[in-house]
Design a protein around this ligand. Structure first.
Ligand code: AAT
Length: 279
């Protein structure tokens, strides 16, 4: 339901709250085999993509999400060379991953090819690295991809998925995490978007428990702002096969030779601090 037709409104189911963005125009609307993909031009957040009526990405604030989904995991791994991104069809996470010079291969496995094709047209800066010789774009189910992966295929797995309903539900399960553990090399790190700390604390606890039950040695949740996602506050939960997720290459991070707009080594450390209600 919209306030009126110049506003895009996403009601946050069961939370008695919503976000509204003032729109100038709707520039694309299609039903793919998997979901409805809509693109709006907003007054103050640039281009907006929604999937089944839910905000996926806006020009103005996607950097916080994409940077926090990638750099903490990549600076936790001692030497990330082979990276798998599941979902992430707008290619924003892939773009961040490819900023790391150690990365030799970055594979993205997105269910819906149309999300990527539409992003190439409307979010060209997120898709800027799609032709990097290290990037491989596959269009397939990430759950099956990981189940079928050769053991020890990846150093880092990033699960940049939609909310835990429909085809993404299995990306939040212990079985999937077990398959991630198998697909990772010995120093492997996995990170998945884990929804809003304020609205979905139970989901965060269950993701942490499932990573542990799947056999990961250590688990931690990172917290960061994401103003167009439900509650405006978001999380990513990271787990490692060995060592501790609190240990990261802080010096390398401080001396990173690439630009970011949110992430830095201090933000990384701060994002690992747990609010009292989530201890
Ligand atoms: N980069 C921020 C955008 C997303 S979109 C997440 C993507 O996950 C979608 O393009 C969707 O098609 C894809 N996806 C869902 N299930 C699967 C699956 N099983 N295998 C592969 N890809 C999948 C993240 C949005 C966060 C939402 C916040 N409310």
């Amino acid at each position: 339901m919209s306030l009126d037709k110049t506003w895009y409104t996403e009601e946050w189911a069961g939370q008695g709250s919503a976000i509204s963005l003032k729109i100038k125009d709707k520039v694309h609307d299609e039903q793919s085999p998997y979901q409805r993909i809509e693109i709006y031009e907003t007054e103050t957040f640039g281009t907006l993509m929604t999937l089944d009526g839910l905000v996926m990405v806006t020009d103005r604030d996607n950097f916080m999400y994409h940077e926090m989904m990638s750099h903490p995991a990549l600076f936790t791994h001692p030497d990330p060379k082979r990276v798998l991104v599941i979902g992430g069809g707008d290619c924003g996470t892939l773009h961040e991953v490819l900023k790391h010079p150690s990365v030799e291969l970055a594979e993205q496995v997105e269910l819906d090819e149309r999300v990527t094709r539409v992003a190439e047209k409307f979010f060209p800066e997120l898709c800027e690295s799609n032709n990097d010789s290290r990037a491989r774009l596959h269009f397939a189910d990430g759950i099956k991809w990981v189940a079928d992966a050769k053991p020890g295929s990846y150093d880092v797995i990033i699960v940049d998925s939609t909310d835990p309903v429909g085809p993404a539900a299995g990306l939040f399960s212990e079985t999937f995490y077990k398959n991630c553990l198998k697909a990772l090399r010995p120093n492997g790190v996995v990170v998945g978007q884990s929804e809003s700390p304020l609205f979905h604390a139970d989901l965060i606890r269950s993701v942490q428990k499932s990573f542990k039950a799947a056999g990961f040695r250590d688990v931690a949740t990172l917290f960061f702002p994401q103003c167009t996602y439900p509650s405006g506050w978001w999380s990513a939960t990271m787990a490692c096969k060995q060592g501790s997720v609190a240990q990261f290459r802080a010096q390398d991070s401080a001396a990173k030779g690439f630009a970011t707009r949110y992430y830095n080594h201090e933000i990384h450390a701060a994002a690992l601090a747990r609010p009292e209600f989530l201890r």
